[in-house]
Design a protein around this ligand. Structure first.
Ligand code: FA5
Length: 347
């Protein structure tokens, strides 16, 4: 049983404890715990005093109850002020933490970008896809048959000397041209065929414009009634899209065993507009790719009736296109991974 005297001592001690608690709270959670330890009906100290009422003598009950109520009202008021102070302090700390100095120099975010050859490859795929071409990916290791023999270049054909080959065994080699993919496509698909095939190719070749590993893109169209005119028309669209609307094409006679007739395709120099400059070596024209009408023997090698179907094919070097497009004078720059160089090309 608690006397009124004991009660007033306890009330004073509770007030004291609450007043001193104010400075302690680092977080609002700690404050709410502290408040609960007084006001909670079950576990709080003031709640406990309320419960004690049943043990207080009848004549003291009114005074006891009044004192405890006054204490509770005071505590509630006091906690309200403390809560405001705790919240204000939290906010202040947050402002401090999240303060932004607008005068500070910005942190540079390093942006990645695609390699110039990949950029060119993607641009070409977009152009050809918009003309209805599908993409076929061949393999880098090929057999002699697919890389040469089926392309009308048998073992003793002098045209094999045009491409110095890395042989892995008498049968297997690193493909020297994406043209090998033509045979796989024609063996597995009936005409109409309309594909482009980008990929790495390999030749024992090394100077400022030739690299032992480089990237080609093959194009192949086979259908009824395809002629050299279709090739020229398609190339005109393609060069305008990649080098600019003013660019035109010209075909020069050439030789590839797998096309007949064969042509080298030149574009009018997009640097000088055809007047003659350093880039086009004064001629006004720049060579960009090899092409031709698919040799009937190649169609027959793939089981396609050459009386019913005809086609055209072309093959271009992506590094060469990138060098022309971005004014790069040494192919090695494209393989050295020097970020100072690569960062300059973002098309
Ligand atoms: C061919 O490879 C033929 N397969 C292209 C072709 C396909 C003709 C279909 C007809 C029909 P060529 O050897 O010229 O052709 O190579 C094509 C292009 O690859 C060249 O124009 C050049 O841009 C590029 N190229 C050739 N050798 C290298 C090399 N060592 N390094 C970088 N690019 C090269």
């Amino acid at each position: 049983m608690q006397s009124l005297e004991e009660l007033s001592r306890e009330i004073e001690s509770i007030r004291q404890e609450i007043r001193e608690g104010a400075a302690k709270f680092a977080t609002p959670e700690a404050f709410y715990e502290f408040r609960k330890s007084f006001l909670d009906n079950k576990a709080g100290k003031i709640g406990h005093l309320m419960k004690e009422m049943r043990n207080v003598p009848k004549e003291d009950k009114a005074a006891y109850g009044k004192n405890v109520n006054v204490l509770r009202d005071w505590a509630q008021e006091h906690f309200k002020d403390m809560e405001n102070a705790v919240r204000a302090k939290q906010l202040e700390m947050r402002y401090e933490r999240e303060k932004i100095d607008v005068t500070e120099p910005a942190v540079r975010v390093e942006e990645g970008r695609l390699h110039p050859v990949t950029q060119v490859k993607n641009q070409l795929i977009d152009i050809f896809a918009s003309m209805g071409f599908e993409v076929y990916e061949g393999t880098e290791i090929e057999t002699d048959y697919y890389n040469f023999t089926a392309l009308n270049t048998p073992q003793d054909h002098p045209a094999r000397d045009m491409q110095d080959t890395f042989y892995l065994s008498p049968e297997f080699l690193l493909r020297t041209q994406t043209s090998a993919g033509q045979i796989h496509v024609m063996e597995s698909k009936k005409p109409p065929i309309k594909i482009v095939s980008p990929g790495k190719v390999f030749r024992s070749d090394d100077d400022a414009t030739h690299s032992p590993m480089f990237t080609q893109m093959e194009g192949l169209v086979v259908d009824k009634g395809i002629t050299l005119c279709d090739l020229k028309g398609m190339l005109d669209v393609f060069v305008k899209r990649i080098f600019g609307e003013e660019t035109s094409t010209r075909l020069r006679p050439s030789f590839f065993p797998f096309t007949e007739p064969s042509v080298e395709v030149d574009v009018s120099c997009f640097e000088c507009g055809g007047k003659g400059c350093r880039l086009c070596k004064g001629t006004g024209w720049i060579e960009v790719l090899g092409a031709g009408v698919v040799n009937k023997k190649v169609l027959e090698n793939c089981g396609i009736d050459s009386d019913e179907y005809s086609g055209f094919a072309f093959g271009l070097g992506l590094e060469r296109i990138a060098m022309l497009k971005y004014g790069i004078n040494n192919i090695k720059l494209l393989f050295e991974s020097d970020l100072r160089f690569l960062k300059q090309i973002n098309d």
